[in-house]
Design a protein around this ligand. Structure first.
Ligand code: BES
Ligand code: MN
Ligand code: ZN
Length: 498
């Protein structure tokens, strides 16, 4: 779908529907575009409000049918809520709500009358909200395809040239960010048999090819040669080969600081020999959502080109039970040389991340952030609305917190005091891969901390936010694409401390 900006009087725009945002409160119909539209429709908006059928409450909608003064057959009003609490998130939600409503009515093209001084952040937010709300995943359906409705274009209609170029940039940015997020959703929604580690690596290569990123893919032989012992341990039970993917965005000009994103890419998690129960196991096709967020973010970064070097690392494998699978009690050696006693083969995410975090040190980065659907415990602690955050750098956590507020992909910090280190002490090896059963999310982070040495590091446990993230107009019940917008915002806002 196309999002663009056009200089055109909205009354003459040949679109299937116009959309006008209206704040709560009487006076909001008496100025600006709402007033102009109301006059064109001979007071129809005022009558709607006076009757009490529409109050401008956030996400409230109403459709009006126009007269000959307006070319578009429909004019939709969408509530923006109280003007003093309006922000980018409210704009995303309102845009998503009305875009879906109009799509369901059969509209193909939407025009949004836009004042020439409209803040670019709001254009970006409306673009993100509508594209993300319109997202559907129908790749594996062969029936009912004729009933699927889609919008073709959304156009911001501005009355004069002033501000046009910044508005075009904002729409393009919002569109790039939404497409990165939708890429992450598509990958995460893909069943395990359609997205193997090999296929994930091919996708990464094609993202790199289309955005000019460098891409290096390590196959089974490379991983053996380079000593990716904990990734290989998880992979050894599977017929599918593992892959390690490194994407690299290097800004032009002088050398910049380096930020590394690391994603857990378990394309299916059965639990291995510590097999998961059958009920709901199909959801473990999403267990590569950290990898999906990293790949989605790298696509956006390749397009928007921030002033910081960004590396995306993905450790991809299946976790399967078989005659060749790792067993509880096995000891394996990680990339960094530390040994791990595997107590539970279902704690596989931290194993594949251990190697990736060890590998990350070669970039001598100023920040490393890993995203992983690591523990069910984070859903118990925080639910589905926020990721659990733990790390060794308060500065980096503060930056993520700020990026989370802006994007509404929020994070919430949990403690990572040294006292918790007891949890992963092993009698046999340097560490064991699970704790004592309490504070499961923290225990996972304590394990990762052992391998995230030599750089500032933050771990985001996205098991709650990667899917089932209920309650928002533009986030579906299945894969959310959580993390793409957060990581892109962090990269865009990156300012070196040195
Ligand atoms: N992929 C799961 C975590 C998960 C659970 C994500 C539910 C989303 C929803 C992870 O590999 C896992 O199995 N974690 C175990 C850790 C335990 C064995 C220490 C868990 O959470 O039970
Ligand atoms: Mn598991
Ligand atoms: Zn897992």
């Amino acid at each position: 779908m196309d999002v663009n900006v056009k200089v055109e009087n909205f009354k003459s725009a040949a679109v299937d529907a116009l959309v006008i945002g209206v704040f709560e409160g009487e006076e909001s119909t008496r100025s600006g575009i709402v007033q102009t539209a109301d006059e064109a429709l001979e007071g129809a908006i005022r009558r709607l409000v006076d009757l009490g059928d529409f109050e401008g409450k956030h996400k409230q909608t109403a459709i009006l049918y126009t007269n000959e003064e307006v070319a578009a057959p429909r004019l939709a009003v969408v509530g923006l809520g109280k003007s003093d609490v309006f922000d980018a998130e409210k704009a995303r939600e309102a845009a998503g709500e009305i875009a879906c409503k109009l799509r369901d009515l059969g509209a193909k093209t939407i025009g949004i009358p836009t004042p020439s001084d409209a803040p670019p952040e709001m254009i970006q937010a409306a673009t993100e909200g509508s594209l993300l709300a319109l997202y559907q995943f129908n790749q594996h359906k062969t029936e009912g395809l004729d009933d699927i409705k889609e919008l073709d274009a959304i156009t911001f209609l501005v009355s004069d040239e002033a501000g046009r170029s910044s508005q075009e940039d904002a729409a393009a940015l919002g569109s790039a960010i939404a497409h990165g997020t939708m890429l992450a959703r598509d990958l995460s929604n893909q069943p395990g048999n359609k997205l193997t580690p090999t296929i994930l690596a091919e996708k990464a290569q094609s993202v790199a090819d289309s955005t000019g990123l460098k891409c290096e893919i390590l196959d089974l032989a490379d991983l053996k040669e380079q000593g990716f012992g904990t990734l290989l341990a998880v992979a050894q039970g599977s017929e599918e080969e593992p892959r390690f993917i490194a994407l690299d965005y290097v800004p032009e000009g002088e050398e910049r600081e380096t930020v590394v994103f690391v994603g857990k890419g378990i394309t299916f998690d059965t639990g291995g020999i510590s097999l998961k129960p059958g009920k709901g196991m199909e959801e473990m096709k999403h267990d590569m959502s950290g990898a999906a967020a990293v790949l989605g973010a790298m696509q956006v970064i390749g397009n928007v080109k921030p002033d910081v070097r960004v590396v995306g690392l993905i450790a991809a494998t299946e976790n399967m039970p078989s005659g060749t699978a790792i067993k509880p009690g096995d000891v394996v050696t990680s990339y960094s040389g530390k040994t791990v006693e595997i107590i539970n083969t279902d704690a596989e995410g931290r194993l594949v991340l251990a190697d990736a975090l060890g590998y990350a040190a070669r970039y001598e980065p100023q920040a490393v952030i890993d995203l992983a659907t690591l523990t069910g415990a984070v859903i118990v602690a925080l639910g589905n609305l926020t990721a659990g955050m733990m790390g060794t750098s308060q500065d980096l956590m503060d930056r993520l917190q700020a990026a989370g507020e802006k994007t509404h992909e929020r994070v919430w910090q949990l403690p990572l005091w040294d006292d918790y280190d007891e949890q992963i002490k092993s009698n046999t090896a340097d560490v064991k891969n699970i704790g004592d059963g309490t504070a499961g999310t923290i225990a996972g982070a304590v394990f990762l901390k052992k391998f995230a040495e030599g750089y500032p590091w933050v771990h985001l446990d996205i098991a709650g936010t990667a899917w089932d993230m209920k309650g928002s107009s533009y986030v579906p019940k299945t894969a959310s694409g959580y993390g793409v917008r957060l990581l892109v915002q962090l990269a865009q806002d990156w300012e070196s401390k040195s």
